[in-house]
Structure formats: C-alpha cells, structure tokens
Design a protein around this ligand. Sequence first.
Ligand SMILES: [Zn+2]
Length: 394
Amino acid sequence: MAAARRGACVSIARARRLFFSCAVARSTERAASEDDARGSPSFAIPDGAPFFLGKTDASGRGLFASRAIARGELILRAPPLVAHPALDAIADVCYACLRRIPSATAQTRDDGSGPKKPAPVAAEVPDGARFCGERCATDASARFHAWERSVGDALAPLRRRCEDHGGLKFPLLAARLAFAVLSSSVAARDADALCRVNFPPGVAPEDWLEEHAMLKVALSRGLAIRRLADARGGGTGGGGGGGGGDAQLAAAASDREREARVVDGALTPEWYVGVVGRMHLNAFRVEIPAIVDGGRGGGGAGAGGCGHEHGGERGGERGGERVSSSSAFRDAMEAALSSVASGRGTGSALYGLPSMLNHSCDPSVDAAWTYGDATLVLTARRDVAAGEELRISR
Ligand SMILES: [Zn+2]
C-alpha cells in the first residue's frame, strides 16, 4: 500500500539517499531507542500529539498516526532547532525568527525622502541585524546573539565565502548552532538524531574543513573578547549575577573555561562535518510570504520538490499549497516564484520531529510556516487513518 502510494518518485529519493550513503536505518534505531534524541526538546513528542515515532519498511523511521486524524487538524507546531535568514533576505526578515519586517529600503521608498538606501550587506551583520521586536531581540540575545556579538566581524570571512559561493546557507546555519551551543540553549549533540551523511573514515569535503577553520578563528576571537570584557569588569552576560566582584569574576572565569572546552572539545571539525552533512539532508528552506494575512501566512513546504525524500534545501522549488484567502494565495505564489528566481527563500531551518517525516508525492500532511515565522506547522492534508504513516512532500 505504502509502496504503491509512494510511486516512482521515491525511487529517485532512494537513489539520492544511496548517493549520500545516508545510514537511515541505523540512525533511526538510534533515534528511537538511544540517547541521541532523548533530552532534546526538538525530538520530544508533545503530550496528546496524534502520532508516534516508528519504523518503516523502507526508510527506517517515520511518524505514524496514533489515532484517526481529521483533515485540517493540527498535528504539530515545531519551533526550529536552529534557523538563519537567507543572505539576501537579512534586510527584510527578523534575524532570529525570520518573520518578515518592513525593510529599510521600503521605508525610505514609502516616505519618498532621499535616495533609496542600499540594503545592509551581510558583512554588517550582526550590527545590522534587525529583529521583529524587543522580545525576539532579548530572546535571541540569550539563545545565540550575545555570543555572536562577541565574535564581531571575525565571522565576516565566513559570510563573504557564503556570498561568493552563490549564497551558501549551511555554514551560517552551523555558525548559529555553534553560538547556540556556546550559549547553552542547544546541546552540541542535539542534531545527532537526524539522518546523517556517512563519509569514508578520514575523508570529509575540503570546503567544509576550510569553513570550520574560519568558524574556529571566529569562535576563538569571541572567547578572547569575552575574557577581555571580564577583565575590564564589563561582563558579557555570561557570568554570575549581582554577587561581589571576586565571586562575579570567578563565575565569569568558570563560564569562559566551559566555553573554551566547548570550542576545542565539542565544536570540532568532525562536529562541523556532521552537522553540515545533516543540514544537506534535513534542512528546510523556509518560505514566508511577503504579506502575512491577519498574522497567519501561508508559506508552504519549501524543502524540496517531488523526489527528494531527504531533499533538504537543495531541491526545493515548491511554494504554498494550502492557503485560505485568494490574496494570501497570490502572496504565497509570488513569494514562491521569486524564490525560484533567486534560488533562495526566507531562510533555512533545521527541525527535530518534522525531519522524521518521509516524503510522498501524495502527502497526508501539509507543512507550512502558518504563523509567519520559522515555526513549522504540520496539519492533516486529508483524513488520516490510525496507524497510517504521516508523509509530507519535500
Ligand atoms: Zn523575530
């Protein structure tokens, strides 16, 4: 039954998977039974969720309906494990949640004053980073951005490399994950449960190792800046609270020791190659329409066209499929078409449980950025029977 429904397109996906030598079955067993996914909120199945993680015949693991699910029913609302705006969208979206915000260029154009202000170039980030609101900025600061600010322009070489290579996304997504790990908002091994790329021992893409070296320079610089700030008594937000000078210094020193251990011991070249490989297989290209109707947009699953079971963002050219009003539909289509033209989207994101969904050309589940930010919302595309595997078009 499942095989018939999957049809010919899945054989392409299978070939692709073999090409990447992805050890789906092994990683599935580990995700389902061992520690990789345990303790990571991204892989925790919410109480009352209408699905469970199980094994499939072909793909190793998948999500299955634990009861009958009615068409249109909400299945999961998944915040990203990590998300990053596309380089050419940085001026237009929130640096943290990817919500679209009025761009500086649009504002200048609207009030008709002066020449059109050029969009901030990537190298100006993080100083040029914009957030959708105070709350998002504060939240981002705690999760990754305070650390990123410590690094300052030391990340510019990695950004330039991404720009020079046609808008590479995964190095910046990996850098953000590194900042999140250093900020203790994500564990270094949180992404381990995701399907991975297996390289022969001792062999990893040279490009990725170079990118890691650039990231390492930036992280070491960030660590030095934070130590300097401690010594000057300025603090970095990491050290203990309002205690006396000595206690505060000791807490900060202990924080810096932990961070140094993370930089040298956890965020290694092997870690980088592992997460970037997983991003190639699991990342979604986030598509948020330019205009979000009443706060609820209709960005559709942009992770891939038909035939990309683990397509990640390499394959994705599909825009919104399930939008309520005609204007929202038009916006979704325009956003999808413009992203096809540029080959980019609003951004990229890595999710936990949604990455466990297998592909189907006749999917039972819609994946969309319904809330206008990087939160991925899964809803039933049609009635689903208890026990049926949940599948999306990726
Ligand atoms: Zn935001």
